[in-house]
Design a protein around this ligand. Structure first.
Ligand code: NIG
Ligand code: FE
Length: 403
């Protein structure tokens, strides 16, 4: 049943640009969905008689917001890196561990050793917890296979998450995460493999191609070669850029018209201006900065320059084993300088823009009926009560999936 009527909503966050304020809040509201899409949202006193017959859920004055759109995750992986977390907490840096052969390379080894069924069932467990905490759409990247067969197995596992849970999955190919150990110094050989074998193999299976363009990963020239091949194959572009060091990835992303440029901790004012000009979405990952002990991403600077900002978990076993977008809203507010309203927008509408899903992340006629009812009367309680799960009910495409 994908028809639903929610009445008695104390505050409805619509994100509808046709309404007042950033969040387009409607008081004493109702929202109606048919066939998985919103057909009507507004003050309940104006609810049309014909919509009264839809299956009804009462909100008893609680707040309703759009489902979270987690636009940057590495949800499929083998093993874990809890030992490295301990080493970092005792003073080793992420880069030192990476240079010593740990980091991404250790998850690559574990992922290659894990059967696809186990990759899929572990990722589905994470996705169910995400759904339970209000995430209705999640982007999932490959990038821990780094050979054709394992990259394809990761994408198969990512698609399985969408088949066995109600969460909507958007897949991204990240074959250019790091150069795998068996290529040694032959970086050009690996770039060739990505361009000549991997991109053709994943075309038709994924929407986006991502590159980790940073110190210890891929150079700007290598990233350009890969992203130009991906664009020619019809894939949308995203980058991990300016996270560990400033290398020029953000400017490249802006030049190529990337859908999203992510991390951006080290972005300069010139980068910010270029991103604003290009219209790319900045996907900021405040839990990564926190867990690596580095300063928060420059959310305020990007927002004030007019860049559409998204916030995401970056769920991965190395830098951010975080599944809960409510925590990300709290961190963006408490550490990165966004207001509570801006953080909530970035976690919903901003995420949808980063994934090029114009009908997600807002509530109004024609949008997908992805809704979260909070155990609170105000949406502002999310950053106000960090660590408390405030989700009471989750609706995905008009269906109640978490009660
Ligand atoms: O987004 N920055 C690159 N990739 C991940 C980290 C992956 C890992 O450490 O396993 C990130 O932070
Ligand atoms: Fe990432």
């Amino acid at each position: 049943m994908r028809d639903l009527l929610i009445t008695g909503i104390g505050r409805l966050v619509t994100n509808d640009p046709q309404r007042d304020g950033l969040l387009g809040i409607v008081a004493d509201a109702a929202v109606a969905a048919r066939d998985g899409r919103i057909v009507w949202a507004g003050p309940e006193a104006q609810l049309l008689r014909e919509l009264r017959d839809l299956p009804e859920v009462g909100a008893d004055g609680r707040a309703v917001i759009p489902g979270f759109v987690d636009s940057h995750t590495h949800l499929v992986f083998g093993g874990d890196r809890v030992d490295e977390f301990g080493r970092r907490m005792r003073g080793e840096t992420y880069q030192q561990i990476m240079e010593a052969g740990g980091g991404i390379a250790s998850t690559v080894a574990a992922t290659r050793d894990t059967p696809t069924s186990r990759l899929a069932s572990d990722a589905a467990g994470r996705a169910r917890r995400m759904l339970g905490t209000g995430t209705t759409t999640v982007e999932i990247k490959s990038g821990y296979g780094l050979d054709v067969a394992t990259e394809l197995r990761m994408l198969e596992a990512a698609r399985a998450v969408g088949d066995v849970t109600p969460i909507e999955v958007v897949t991204t190919f990240l074959g250019a995460h790091v150069v795998p150990p068996e290529y040694g110094e032959d970086r050009a050989g690996y770039v060739d493999l990505v361009v000549e074998e991997m991109i053709p193999a994943v075309t038709g299976l994924v929407e986006f191609c991502d590159v980790f363009c940073d110190a210890g990963a891929f150079t700007v020239d290598e990233a350009r070669t890969i992203l130009e091949a991906a664009a020619a194959a019809g894939l949308g572009l995203r980058l991990h850029a300016e996270q560990l060091a400033h290398t020029g990835g953000a400017a490249l992303g802006a030049e190529l018209g990337a859908a999203a440029i992510d991390h951006l901790d080290e972005a300069t004012d010139a980068d910010v201006a270029a991103i604003a000009q290009a219209g790319s979405v900045a996907v900021l990952l405040p839990s990564v900065s926190l867990l690596l002990g580095s300063p928060p991403p420059p959310a305020r600077r990007l927002w004030d320059a007019g860049v559409p900002v998204a916030i995401a978990t970056d769920c991965n076993p190395g830098t951010s084993y975080v599944e809960n977008m409510q925590l990300i809203v709290a961190l963006a507010t408490l550490t990165a300088g966004l207001t509570p309203e801006e953080s909530l927008w970035a976690a919903t509408r901003g995420g949808a823009m980063a994934l090029r899903r114009p009908d997600h992340g807002w509530i109004g006629p024609g949008s997908v009926a992805d809704l979260v009812m909070l155990e609170a009367e105000s949406h502002l309680e999310i950053p106000y009560r960090p660590g408390t799960d405030l989700v009471r009910l989750v609706v995905k495409a008009g269906e109640v999936v978490v009660l």
